[in-house]
Design a protein around this ligand. Sequence first.
Ligand SMILES: Nc1ncnc2c1ncn2[C@@H]1O[C@H](COP(=O)(O)OP(=O)(O)OP(=O)(O)O)[C@@H](O)[C@H]1O
Ligand SMILES: [Mg+2]
Length: 511
Amino acid sequence: MTEANIVLEAKNITKQFPGVLASDNVNFDLRKGEIHALLGENGAGKSTLMNLIYGLHLPDKGEIFVNGKPIEIKSPNDSIAAGIGMVHQHFMLIPVFTVAENVMLGDEVTKRGSLDRVTVAAKINEISKQYGLDVDPNALVGDLPVGLQQRVEIVKTLYRNAEIVILDEPTAVLTPQEAEDLFRIMRDLTARGVSIIFITHKLKEVLAVADRITVMRAGRVINTVQPSETNEAQLANMMVGRQVILTVEKKDHAASGDILKVEGLSARDQRDLETVHNVSFTVRGGEVLGIAGVQGNGQTELSEALTGLRAPTGGKVTMDGIDLTGKSPRVMTEAGLAHIPEDRQRHGLVLSYSVADNMALCDYYRPPFSSRGVIQQKALDENARKLIDAFDVRTPSPFVNAGKLSGGNQQKVIVARELSRHNVKLVIANQPTRGLDVGSIEYIHSEIIKMRDRGVAVLLISAELDEVMALSDRIAVMYRGQIVAVVDSKKATREQLGLWMAGAHVEAAQA
Ligand SMILES: Nc1ncnc2c1ncn2[C@@H]1O[C@H](COP(=O)(O)OP(=O)(O)OP(=O)(O)O)[C@@H](O)[C@H]1O
Ligand SMILES: [Mg+2]
């Protein structure tokens, strides 16, 4: 490889945030037409480095070169002009706008004073065809599944003629099929000379698609390696600086009586379509019931209907004998429900509140956090310090706004709060480890198993079949809004579960 092949080079980049050296003299380069994966534990500085390259933050020190020329990036306008595009960890699309409106946002084409939708739509169709992206310019973004929304973000970068595309954890929210489609798109892009920086926590993906892998830890680059000369265990070790147990240790544990009882539950989605049909199951104290299924088969509405975020349209939900059907999240919480929601920024956190306040979000009005109607700051701080330590939340202090934390550390704040609450009888965990690094996943898995061993009922909903298989005592498969099978996890095979998830006809095998 000669220098001429390098399309992007970041040299000696340093960025200090209050209390965190997020980028510590980082060197990173990208070759033409390659997929360069960027790995690292939560808070390592991956998104920060990309935000610096994209012009969302200014570096304290360092230089960025595009095609060998130094460029000054003061805002995304400069990076876009230099051919850089970025798809963010948390999407930035406007749901009530169409695809075309979102794509042209900030770069509006007008004709005699009004938006020229026809020209834009034509260009989108052309890009879409060229790269096999298959997006409809006139669709409303809010109606599209996540996988397609992400393609809109990619189209948006290509529409601005990006030759360097940054994908920050694009697969975290995708189904396995959508992820496969994305990898195909990525290969099509690189075949046409586009260069890609790909951030992910999934080591298998990295080994499968990357041309080179760079690992970051604590703001520094640790190493750059070829997939052919490494493996999952080594990468995990490089990321977190210690050996990681990639399997879950779990002993047999006798379950007690039913805690969660769901009878004939139905629910409708945003568009008023019934996506949960007449679902019945139970979760016993001391067991983990995992719900496996391809995303979009009603899991979101099911978990919302069970946690007070969505009113069920039929059926009954009881917890330890108490009828909780259609009750508010607060009533459910008080009855002993802990909930790790799927969408951390919408339902899990108040981003403008401190980490300490977020860690007491469900209990702030009760002792020890409140006494005679007065908030007890000391109790809030103590609680936060304890949880930050136990769950290894990377934050300069408990007083920082949750929105300043890295994506994975935001997730850890929610998990820490929910798993540490008093008098929990039932945990409903929806994608509990989404966006977490391997070390954090290991810890949270062991905490979930500890809850179960203490007799708590755990309902785990996860798009990661590996996670469902590793944690569950029984596995229920959800397909098109129904539970199509329930099996003892010891008897479950990946192949059989996969078939049920794909809708193969089943005689529900009751465990
Ligand atoms: N705007 C900001 N203000 C203050 N601190 C910030 C800001 N953005 C990031 N940080 C801090 O910089 C560090 C690196 O964060 P970054 O988001 O780059 O991590 P990451 O590697 O992308 O992690 P993750 O895998 O969790 O997404 C973190 O400690 C974070 O708290
Ligand atoms: Mg990040």
